[in-house]
Design a protein around this ligand. Structure first.
Ligand SMILES: [Cu+2]
Length: 74
């Protein structure tokens, strides 16, 4: 499993956060999605064998948001 944080431009309310979380969680290889509309971040835990950054950026982008992976400090 990989855990990554994305900064999401345009995710300005709880409704946005919920929509993004529901969309990503539709993928069975996504284990968890935690949205923070105050920090405008999404922390996503996923199976890196089946899901990649392009999928996440593209999925979120379909809703009109721009997801930018943050450098991990791990
Ligand atoms: Cu909103």
């Amino acid at each position: 499993m990989t855990k990554e944080t994305y900064k999401v431009n345009g995710m300005h309310c709880v409704g946005c956060g919920r929509a993004i979380r529901k969309l990503l969680e539709k993928n069975p290889h996504v284990e968890s999605v935690v949205t923070d509309t105050y920090e405008t971040t999404v922390v996503i835990t996923y199976d890196e064998q089946n899901v990649d950054r392009a999928f996440i950026v593209e999925s979120v982008g379909r809703f009109g948001y721009k997801a930018v992976p943050q450098e991990s400090n791990a």
